[in-house]
Design a protein around this ligand. Structure first.
Ligand code: GCO
Ligand code: MN
Ligand code: MN
Length: 390
């Protein structure tokens, strides 16, 4: 038995747009043929994934009649059924149609904003019909180049108005659906509003139904900002807001690469898996593990499934490596928390008396400052665990 073979318990999912990416880029035409949603479902299940996610237009081409929509949806549902696959997440394409060239919910044109809301509600209906429990919002075009075109505060207020409206829609329909907001700093806009997971977390706290809304951090997007994905994920988890995650790989300072998970910055990948799986303690993440990435443009159809299998395999290997690292007695000794009951009591739960005692407390800071912390040893152990030495 291959210990790294994915199973349904692993909750791995891919988007129709990820493994279905034909390899078009701003410089060149597609290098692969279009793959039907039914074939994607079949191939993903053969590879060991259990979920498939979609934008409305990935499944039902934009402009289809109601009759065509129903035929397409019925055939897709049959494929899901045949292969025991589920749709954990759905989302709206608010970026491909030229009408969204200056944003959707943040556009200056009320006709665009109204169209975006209508399209999103229809896509929510579709997602719920397919069983989705999470609905992602990625505001890819919600940004600017000619920044004087609108007050960025207006953009934020419009985004809030749209999300409040859509939360009410979901409540009114009695859908069991939660929203996950996905940040990205740029691409396809010069700057996108609310560029990081941290920005999103604050924005969520201003929504009327903030309890329904969490985040969908993406490795590539935090990395494009030059930030630590592990820290973004940790802040989301600590806030109870990690509703979904987009796993992929990215090198800092490059275009939006969307590479296979773990193919760049293995350390961050390791640290993210360690957090998600709770191998160092703390609550584990139990939501879908979504790979929002695509195969290199050099690949044919076979390479696409190599890419999918590789993504899941790397995750499982890193999980095993994280478990080994966090049960290594040398590691446990190096990261064991230093305790001082008296000082900890004085430093928590403020009282006037504690504050007065602390102000005159004498701590031997010279001795504390002098002691080495052993982080060279710790980090080397982490590298060696990652490399499979232990
Ligand atoms: C990107 C984004 C998208 C979104 C997707 C789901 O950089 O293109 O990551 O892939 O995740 O639209 O909302
Ligand atoms: Mn992305
Ligand atoms: Mn994404």
């Amino acid at each position: 038995m291959d210990p790294y073979a994915p199973t349904a318990q692993d909750r791995f999912s891919f988007g129709l747009w990820t493994v279905g990416n034909p390899g078009r880029d701003p410089f060149g035409e597609p290098v692969r043929a279009v793959v039907s949603p039914e074939r994607i479902v079949q191939k993903l299940s053969e590879c060991g994934a259990s979920g498939v996610n979609l934008h409305d237009d990935d499944l039902v081409p934009y402009g289809s009649s109601a009759k065509t929509r129903d035929t397409i949806v019925a055939s897709f549902k049959a494929a899901l059924e045949d292969h025991g696959m589920v749709v954990p997440m759905a989302t709206t394409n608010l970026f491909s149609h030229p009408v969204f060239k200056d944003g959707a919910f943040t556009s200056n044109d009320p006709r665009v904003r109204a169209f975006a809301l209508g399209k999103t509600m229809r896509a929510i209906d579709l997602g719920v019909e397919l069983g989705a429990k999470i609905y992602v919002f990625w505001g890819g075009r919600e940004g600017s180049e000619a920044d004087a075109c609108r007050d960025p505060r207006t953009a934020i207020a419009r985004m809030r108005e749209a999300l409040d409206y859509l939360c009410e829609y979901v409540r009114d329909q009695k859908y069991a659906l939660r929203f996950a907001l996905e940040a990205k700093p740029n691409e396809p806009r010069g700057d996108i509003y609310m560029p990081t997971t941290g920005h999103m977390l604050h924005f969520i706290s201003t929504l009327a139904h903030s309890e329904m809304v969490g985040v969908n951090p993406e490795v590539a997007h935090e990395t494009m900002s030059g930030l630590s994905m592990a820290h973004a994920v940790a802040q989301a988890m600590e806030a109870g807001k990690l509703f979904h995650i987009d796993l992929n790989a990215q090198r800092i300072g490059r275009y939006d690469q969307d590479f296979r998970f773990g193919s760049e910055d293995l350390r961050q990948a390791f640290l993210v898996v360690r957090l998600l799986e709770g191998t160092a303690g703390g609550e584990a993440y139990t939501g879908p593990l979504h790979f929002d990435s695509h195969a290199y443009r050099t690949e044919d159809d076979e390479g696409v499934w190599d890419f999918a299998r590789g993504s899941m395999r790397t995750y499982k290997i890193l999980h095993e490596r994280a478990r080994a690292f966090d049960s290594d007695p040398r590691v446990l000794a190096l990261i064991a928390e230093r305790r001082d009951a008296r000082l900890e009591a004085l430093s928590s739960n403020y009282t006037r008396a504690k504050s007065e005692a602390l102000k005159v407390e004498s701590i031997d800071v010279g001795a504390v400052a002098k002691a080495g912390l052993g982080y060279e040893r710790l980090d080397q152990l982490m590298v060696e665990h990652m490399l499979g030495v232990h």
